[in-house]
Design a protein around this ligand. Structure first.
Ligand code: IPE
Ligand code: IPE
Ligand code: MG
Length: 246
């Protein structure tokens, strides 16, 4: 029996977030340049997104490039940006065929002009699709997102549109890049690192965390299904005790 047959379709997470890590080490293991790992990582993205859409996951959010990643060697950064441009261009037809709606979060204005345009074009074109929402976190920093949310809220207070007493968690949620999306119930990180690396800090407050030693280019839909099965075995108590959950 494959992993897919073991999934309880009544208990699917709506939103899965993934920290796709380990491309560089994967390439190094093979005696290749880091960019070879990034290129192969794209194949994992395609397979995982297709697999997730296929079983009915509604949202998948992929950590693609962090704000901190701008500090990598120039050559690697430009190779990743080039790869982004060509990948988005090539994948559009697949997105249309698979009913994928593309979305992006992060400081997108930091992206090279060509990358930004390609991305916006794809987001526009796929906006008619009604299947899985694929969100790419690009030039993304969760702390920056939170600071931005605080600024937006302060601005509304200053303009007299909002009362301080009315600021609550919902106000905050509505001012995050992820406004309108459910919070991820499951966060996966590949490559055996046990950290969050400035990803979706607010949104993962109650997410189940799943770490796998597999490097991202080796991660495929079967691995995603395995993570979902693991998630489904857990008891999510939200601060209560077992007996209170039916
Ligand atoms: C993840 O793989 C992709 C990005 C951060 C862009 P890495 O490039 O971080 O690969 P490792 O962690 O160095 O192996
Ligand atoms: C996190 O991976 C960012 C992405 C996967 C895009 P990193 O490889 O940049 O994170 P650290 O440096 O190991 O924390
Ligand atoms: Mg890494």
């Amino acid at each position: 029996m494959g992993y897919k047959d073991q999934i309880d379709f009544l208990k699917l997470p709506q939103h899965i977030a993934i920290i796709m890590d380990g491309n560089g080490r994967w390439a190094k293991e093979k005696g290749k340049l880091r960019v070879f790992g990034h290129r192969n990582g794209v194949l994992s993205v395609r397979d995982v997104v297709e697999g997730a859409g296929d079983i009915g996951i509604k949202y998948i959010t992929l950590y693609t490039f962090s704000s901190e990643n701008w500090n990598r060697p120039k050559l690697e950064v430009s190779a990743i940006m080039e790869l982004m441009i060509s990948t988005i261009h090539k994948e559009i037809n697949n997105f249309m065929k698979n009913n994928v709606r593309l979305n992006a979060i992060g400081d997108l204005k930091m992206l090279p002009e060509k990358c930004y345009r390609e991305l916006m074009g794809a987001i526009n074109k796929t906006s008619v699709n009604t299947g899985i929402v694929l969100t790419l976190a690009l030039s993304y920093s969760s702390r920056r997102e939170l600071v931005q949310a605080a600024k937006n809220i302060a601005c509304k207070v200053q303009k007299g549109e909002l009362d301080i007493a009315d600021i609550d968690e919902e106000t905050f949620e509505n001012n995050l890049y992820t406004s309108g999306m459910p919070n991820p119930e499951l966060l996966i990180r590949t490559s055996g690192e046990y950290r969050i690396s400035n990803y979706l800090l607010w949104q993962i407050a109650y997410a189940e965390l799943y770490f796998t030693p597999k490097l991202w280019p080796d991660f495929r839909r079967e691995d995603l299904f395995e993570a979902i099965i693991d998630y489904q075995k857990r008891e999510r108590r939200f601060g209560m005790i077992s007996e209170q959950l039916n």
